[in-house]
Ligand binder design. Structure first.
Ligand code: FE2
Ligand code: FE2
Length: 346
């Protein structure tokens, strides 16, 4: 086997590696998560029907659920072009899922190295296997649609910052709360809008694992942060705030700018970004608000922020700093907890 060095990207990490020579179980909840993780391992080969034919020319997002389709400019495009836009947007999102899963695979492995508790090492090893499976299924699915996009700049930056953090709590915050909160919301939303049965199956299985990963953050990280010296807690809170800001910075503001990856999508379907911006602005001037499809989860508000608050990763100082920048600090845990409970599959 020869490595393709052109597609590699090597980072240096200051991460700590920690042996634990006591095999006592200190944290029962974590031990139970490990037991559940073992019980709910699955094999994509057996659970999914990979013979399912995915027609790459048929958009994966149901037409009635396509947000941009509510804009008159998009409605005025020839049908073949608006269908292509829908297909490429889905391919772009799925590509981000794939690259993000590889990031999760590496952060989970880093956690196994660094967490100081025996049961934490066992649990994070199961998460590493879960993430390997997720990379496998998204890669297989994307090969079926035969359309892959590069990793978005901000997602790479967010995961790189997480991977090169110097403490495992920061890695767990960056991945298990911020990136996985984002992923859980995006998977849920994609599952609701797709018309492809195979993709729905893939997302159902992946989401079960992801809910467990988010729950791990809640169980283990909260306890550790509570025991930290105040200065260390502030350092962790600062990291959480910077991760949130990085993620928020990725948003398209007022249709004025597009992520470089989204520009690739527009190029592929022959839409001038300036025309789309004009179309979005005109729709806004006419009072047309793009309504999200029904039952959509807002990852930032419903998953990420409540998960961070729950473990004490938002301090009074960072709360004030976030609010002064217009970033809402929301506390409603109902959706986060309902996702976590859904993993309790008896
Ligand atoms: Fe994953
Ligand atoms: Fe995960």
């Amino acid at each position: 086997m020869s490595t393709n060095w052109e597609t590699t990207n090597v980072l240096k990490s200051p991460m700590e590696v920690c042996w634990q020579l006591s095999y006592d179980i200190d944290e029962e909840k974590l031990s139970r998560l490990y037991t559940k993780a073992k019980k709910f391992q699955w094999d994509a080969e057996e659970q999914m029907d990979w013979s399912y034919e995915v027609d790459p020319s048929r958009p994966l997002i149901d037409e009635s659920q396509f947000g941009l389709g509510q804009i008159p400019f998009v409605q005025s495009l020839p049908k073949s072009q608006s269908d292509a836009l829908r297909a490429h947007i889905a391919a772009y999102q799925l590509s981000q899922f794939l690259h993000g899963e590889q990031g999760a695979l590496m952060t989970a492995a880093a956690l196994t190295h660094a967490v100081p508790d025996y049961e934490g090492k066992l649990y994070t090893a199961t998460q590493t296997m879960d993430e390997a499976r997720h990379v496998e299924v998204f890669d297989r699915y994307i090969k079926k649609i035969a359309m892959i996009y590069p990793m978005g700049k901000w997602l790479k930056e967010l995961i790189d910052v997480t991977l090169t953090a110097d403490h495992w709590v920061k890695i767990a915050i960056g991945m298990n709360m911020v990136v996985e909160g984002l992923a859980l919301g995006a998977f849920h939303n994609m599952k609701n809008v797709t018309s492809c049965e195979l993709l729905r199956d893939v997302l159902t299985y992946v989401m079960r694992d992801e809910a467990r990963h988010v729950a791990f953050g809640g169980v283990y990280v909260g306890k550790t942060i509570a025991e930290m010296h105040e200065d260390d807690r502030e350092e962790v809170a600062e990291f959480a705030m910077q991760a949130l800001k990085l993620m928020r910075g990725s948003r398209v503001r007022n249709g004025q700018q597009f992520d470089a990856g989204f520009l690739e999508v527009l190029k592929a379907v022959d839409i001038d970004p300036a025309d789309l911006v004009k179309g979005v602005m005109e729709a806004r001037a006419q009072g047309i608000k793009v309504k999200p499809p029904t039952d959509q989860v807002h990852a930032f508000k419903h998953l990420m922020m409540p998960a961070l608050i729950r473990v004490g990763a938002i301090t009074q100082r960072t709360r004030e700093a976030l609010e002064s920048e217009g970033i809402p600090v929301t506390e409603d845990r109902a959706i986060l907890e309902s996702f976590e409970e859904s993993l309790d599959m008896n």
